[in-house]
Design a protein around this ligand. Structure first.
Ligand SMILES: Nc1ncnc2c1ncn2[C@@H]1O[C@H](COP(=O)(O)OP(=O)(O)OP(=O)(O)O)[C@@H](O)[C@H]1O
Length: 227
């Protein structure tokens, strides 16, 4: 069995005393891609916030295993989160600052990201606000990778992207995960495309996890019934 890096047990959380996620049990194993799917309002972002200490728990626990620390977790936020008036390179500099990467190491980190996502090289010196949605999403993922995380969390990276573009984006990330042992939690509404790159799936509905299994077990009928 691979190490469990993050384990959520019987977690309840919400806002102003009102629980919006209830009895969540979820584990993220080393080197897997876990896809968490659910409609708008299912509670996916609330779960993420609670997992990373941005929202207090009402009940339950979140445990880190395998020696993981929160410093080794990188989040690609919903809505890309790039600074539009800065160039891609300047956005990367801010990412390096946030990850407290020493001056001597910064160039190598950028080179490594450009090796993983080589298309970024073409627009490295353009202002992020002039990029297409797919390019901006790529920059957002690249910036998260600069800290060479053990766990990468992506909150709805497909928003605003055509399915083909989404695949182009996820392909290199899946390749990186397989080559270097990255662990990924992919939060998505775009089920079909996300399942193509996932090892396990959890379906969330009205604040609860209602199904979990592998992508091949989630056939069309089951998906229609659950989602
Ligand atoms: N800050 C908040 N205060 C009060 N209620 C909130 C807050 N944020 C979210 N909610 C409510 O919690 C529920 C779950 O929302 P959440 O954002 O976690 O869902 P989601 O699955 O991430 O949806 P989306 O795909 O739209 O991001 C919703 O009913 C939402 O209205």
């Amino acid at each position: 069995m691979p190490d469990t890096l993050i384990e959520v047990r019987a977690l309840h959380a919400g806002y102003k005393g009102h629980a919006v996620i209830e009895d969540i049990n979820l584990s993220l194993g080393a080197n897997e891609v876990l896809c968490l799917i659910g409609h708008n309002g299912a509670g996916k972002s609330t779960l993420l916030k609670c997992m990373f200490g941005l929202l207090p728990k009402m009940q339950g626990e979140v445990r880190l295993g395998g020696g993981l620390t929160l410093n080794e977790v990188a989040l690609v936020p919903e809505g890309k989160g790039v600074f539009p008036s800065l160039t891609v390179r300047e956005n990367f500099d801010l990412g390096l600052d946030a990850a407290k990467i020493q001056a001597a190491e910064r160039g190598a980190r950028i080179d490594w990201v450009l090796k993983v996502l080589p298309q970024i090289r073409e627009f490295l010196h353009r202002r992020a606000g002039t990029l297409s949605g797919g390019q901006a999403q790529m920059v957002s993922i690249g910036r998260a990778l600069l800290k060479r995380p053990r766990v990468l969390i992506m909150d709805e990276p497909s928003i605003g992207l055509a399915p083909k573009l989404f695949q182009d984006l996820l392909g290199p990330i899946r390749a990186l995960q397989q080559a270097e042992g990255l662990t990924i939690l992919l939060v998505e509404q775009n089920v079909r495309e996300a399942l193509k790159v996932s090892d396990r799936v959890a379906v969330m509905k009205q604040g609860r996890i209602v199904w979990r299994g592998t992508p091949s077990e989630l056939n069309n009928d089951r998906l229609m019934e659950l989602y």
